[in-house]
Ligand binder design. Sequence first.
Ligand code: B12
Length: 220
Amino acid sequence: MSSDLTINLIELEREKVLSEVKERLNQSEDPMKIFEECKQGMEMIGERYKKKEYFLAELMLSGDLFKEAMELIEPYLGEKKIEGNIKGKIILATIQGDIHDLGKNILATLLKLEGFEVYDLGVDVNPDIVVEKVKEIQPDFLGFSSLLTITFDPMKEIIDRLKEAGFRDKLKILVGGGITTSLVKDYIGADFQTIDAMEGVQYCLETIKARVVIRARGGI
Ligand code: B12
């Protein structure tokens, strides 16, 4: 069942959405729960768009409203911040033709909060730039955020180019975004897929932890 917050977001009731978010944050509710309800609203807006009940204008309004809600939520996520050394480096990108950035920005925030160094290349990124940046930064992870099917082939092309250049085995590649599935992961040749930013963060944390254990045992 959808919450009032989810329903108000679907109905694009800006004032109601923002005042409920503020009120619940003031009452010390888990910011991730509030975020999940907003995300659910965005998924349902996508459904309405697909059924032609909503149009581009509604998509745009929902994007702005979600952004405003996230601006309220983010400082509360920061309270969980874990101080310490950088755990690993990750490059994030949304590939050419795709300008959706709400999910990628959330992932970037959560990764930073967990101590990762994030190189966010932005949206509509040319594949050449991703390949160059991987060579330059040599990150532990590369994360693609994908909301349009047209990005599948360019993501695959990037991974193939990294293979040819001998960089593929040096990093783990994640793909996420509302339209991705494990089939997309297999098609493009990534290591991990999710539609939940927290799962992505967890994957990065576990990968780094496993590497530390292997090194401690005298492995690579
Ligand atoms: C808001 C929105 C827009 C906004 C985007 C605003 C912005 N600044 O991002 C605007 C209005 C710009 C837009 C435009 C378009 N959109 Co749009 N949009 C959406 C909508 C409703 C919500 C997306 C969203 O932000 N969700 C909320 C975020 C938080 O969720 P998320 O992105 O999935 O991210 C979460 C996880 O997936 C994960 N995650 C995300 N990335 C990554 C990466 C990694 C590595 C990891 C680990 C995790 C991770 O973390 C997040 C938190 O958990 C979706 C519907 C949907 N079901 O997704 C359609 C949708 C994506 N759009 C769609 C379309 C068709 C378009 C347009 C082509 C419409 C048009 N005719 O012009 C244009 C394309 C513009 C372009 N060139 O990119 C289609 C895509 C269809 C397809 N299969 O390709 C969708 C699916 C709607 C639909 N059902 O038809 N859109």
